[in-house]
Design a protein around this ligand. Structure first.
Ligand code: NCD
Ligand code: ZN
Length: 344
């Protein structure tokens, strides 16, 4: 059995920079035509000028003859000026602005402490139709880690949508039933990405017989009922749910540590894992819209030409691949079989 899809895009990707970027970029470029590139570098990409330089570095790192379009984003801070948003909207290569609540995840310390401080920038985004991509978790340590997405919907997202009725938002990497239902019930200006790991695994995967740090990402995997709700959303045919891997590489030593980093590296098999999730749900016929059409339509970009073919054929994901500074990178499910294989 095999399926052919219009060439897909990844609407949420961490490529890092330098040698790390050169190590991971080919996996994404082989599968996806374009990707929304997350700006959480150190220091973060907060200006159009920095985004332009980062974009050039990505293009320069592409293997010979490979075509891949990095869609750039700006990292929103408490003092992002409205002017910077105007420049971004006019740049032709910055597609969105990313909200990291300060302290919510990896490299979010420069993030937003209070959205009220971003009002001028948000007003400009609303005017320009530039989407706000949200890491949808509150960072209040008093809120239980597993409740932070639900509380974000109530305390941040809902009030923001009321205050800015024209603002377009993408709720990134959904992990809960509440968030999926909120997006499904919203109007056309609210989209959402869903990762492959949140469609395939629940939080037991992190703890079965000991701690499995490579299954730890943020927002963290949730209960089975949430996974089921996400799978229903992704396969529902609703055009506002789309593919975003959130592939987030960290060296093995940074994951397998007393205080391990959040992030799953999935770029080497993400498309194949989505196929597995959709097949198990009996919804392979919905995969193309989710992976190849819905995101482009939401971002008002043309759909891709060309196609990719996946074959139902088991292969073993490498247990580790080379990363930067001589370190290794362990893919999520490294050393284990994957049911679908990308054909050249
Ligand atoms: C991401 C990273 O490592 O940059 N980590 C993660 O667990 N997803 C940051 C993020 O998207 O939250
Ligand atoms: Zn991410």
């Amino acid at each position: 059995m095999q399926i052919t899809l219009a060439r897909p895009d990844d609407w949420h990707l961490h490529l890092r920079d330098g040698e790390a970027m050169r190590a991971v970029l080919p996996y994404s470029a082989r599968r996806f035509a374009r990707a929304i590139i997350m700006p959480n570098l150190k220091p973060p990409i907060t200006t159009v000028a920095a985004a332009a330089d980062y974009r050039r570095r990505i293009l320069a790192a592409l293997p010979e003859g490979v075509r891949f379009e990095p869609l750039m984003t700006l990292y929103l801070t408490d003092d992002t000026p409205a002017d910077e948003i105007r420049r971004a909207a006019g740049s032709g290569f910055v597609q969105a602005v990313k909200l990291y609540p300060a302290g919510a995840t990896t490299h979010s310390d420069a993030g937003v402490t209070d959205l009220a401080k971003c009002d001028a920038a948000l007003a400009e985004m609303e005017r320009a139709g530039m989407p706000l991509l949200m890491h949808g978790e509150v960072s209040d340590p008093a809120i239980d880690l597993f409740d932070r997405e639900r509380v974000f919907v109530e305390q941040v997202l809902q009030p923001l949508l009321e205050r800015r009725p024209g603002l377009r938002v993408v709720f990134e990497h959904l992990t809960t039933k509440e968030a999926a239902e909120f997006v499904a019930a919203s109007d056309g200006r609210v989209g959402a990405t869903i990762t492959a790991q949140h469609l395939l695994f629940n939080r037991n995967a992190i703890f079965r017989g000991g701690v499995h740090p490579h299954y730890y990402c943020l927002p963290v995997l949730k209960r089975e009922m949430h996974r089921e709700a996400l799978l229903r959303a992704a396969t529902s045919g609703c055009p506002r749910f789309f593919l975003g891997t959130d592939s987030a590489p960290h060296a093995r030593h940074a994951k397998e540590a007393a205080c391990g980093c959040a992030g799953c590296f999935t770029a080497a098999s993400a498309l194949e894992m989505y196929a597995e999730a959709f097949e198990r749900a009996g919804a392979l016929d919905q995969l193309e819209a989710f992976a190849s059409f819905n995101g482009a339509d939401f971002y008002r970009l043309p759909r891709n030409r060309g196609s990719v073919t996946l074959k139902k054929e088991s292969w073993t994901l490498p247990a580790a691949v080379p990363y930067a500074d001589g370190a290794e990178l362990v893919p999520l499910r490294g050393g284990e079989p994957v049911a679908w294989k990308l054909r050249d």
